[in-house]
Ligand binder design. Sequence first.
Ligand code: XMP
Length: 491
Amino acid sequence: REPFSEKLRVPESLTFDDVLLRPMESRVEPDDANVSTRVSKNVQLNIPILSAAMDTVTESGMAIGMAREGGLGVLHRNMDAEMMVHEIERVKRADELVIRREDVVTAKPGQTISDVDEMMERAGVSGAPVVDDDDIVLGIISGTDIRPYLEVGESDEVSEAMTDEVITATRDVSAREALELMYDHKIERVPIVDEDNHLVGLVTMQGILQRREHENAARDEDGRLVCGVAVGPFDRDRAQKADEAGADVIFIDCAHAHNLNVIDTAREIKETVEADVVVGNVGTREAAEELVDFADGIKVGIGPGSICTTRVVSGSGMPQISAVAEVADVASEYDIPVIADGGIRYSGDAIKAIAAGADAVMLGSFFAGTDEAPGRVITMNGKKYKQYRGMGSVGAMRSGGADRYLKDDDEDEEYVPEGVEAATPYKGSLASELHQLVGGMQSGMGYVGAETIPEVKERAKFVRVSSAGQTEGHPHDVMITDEAPNYSPSE
Ligand code: XMP
């Protein structure tokens, strides 16, 4: 047996504050740095950012916001499977070019005009295709058609007021073609029909313009927003449902994915779903080696999170920069993307994680205070906050996610938590937080002379920072008078 004292000849493990990126020769202007990346083998993002699968961070509102900005939201799993399917559908439908038949407000030719007017107002739409009982498109009616009738002939029927020469298109219409039709015919909506003129959907001018506002959005090959979803480490059924609902990336969500039972199930899940499967969390080379034969992405983070107590409770963990580098050593051999999850407080931490070998980063606390996160704003001592809690906290485990920590769900009072429940300052819109985060990462790319994320991984070098160096790196010997949007003295 090796002497016990040998165990104390330990390798050094580093985290964000232990290192800085060494400034290097550069011709890269930060604004020109390209931050697009892959989050998993087949899913491309336009910014290398994910929001955490936590019940105080990512539901459909956050996932829609993240994807519109070019990143990926990962829906949490403290909800039943039916709700999860609903949430995935909300994301996938949010920016769809063609509104599906079941979501299109339609009128019948025999309905009275005042009735349709009320119906459209209730639904918040300004026009509706007119269909017969077989769903065949007969015409289209809009507020402009209705107006002259409202004053004089409220009881007239829709068939009198509707436009019956309808411009339609088929399901494969592109946004550009639909827009051309609208300009050519001075119309604002085009019903989508099948070969027998049955209504199958609707394209609206408003929908097209809304999509244009989000030019940087991360979309699937059909133009829908990308959506990630977390499933329990043994939840084959749920993974199946998430896949059928259209999730692009399924995250096997476990605090210790080097558990061999978790890996066996994850491998089985990968065989049955079309979506990419990301497995995590791990923090070592040995764990990564178990995953490379099937995972489409590997997520790294054992205990770095702001609300985590894993390291103090279990005595186990890996400082995050070293963990990312170890895993990336293995994953890069197999061209598998790596996601650095947890512990990121500043944009500088995020770009350090990329330099250590990650392709993307996942954040919880950074986004929990935004409008897009679930939960309401609370005021304490005149300051605004939102709730943020660890998925291993007692409250979150009670809501259903104990298996993330490989614990039984029915222990109730007996939980041994690995996270805390907290409040985080209210931050306003997600878009402005992301602007600061991505802008800071681009600054880092300028300092290391890297034009792309793969170049950061390739080129960037670290220097070691002493505690004096760390103090020097923060504002010091001054009293901050105006808070910066990307630095809070209390942090
Ligand atoms: P940040 O630092 O961005 O971290 O707030 C978010 C990540 O932390 C992980 N997480 C936990 N880890 N106990 C833990 O040990 C917990 O209760 C807990 N909840 C979340 C998770 O990986 C998340 O993405």
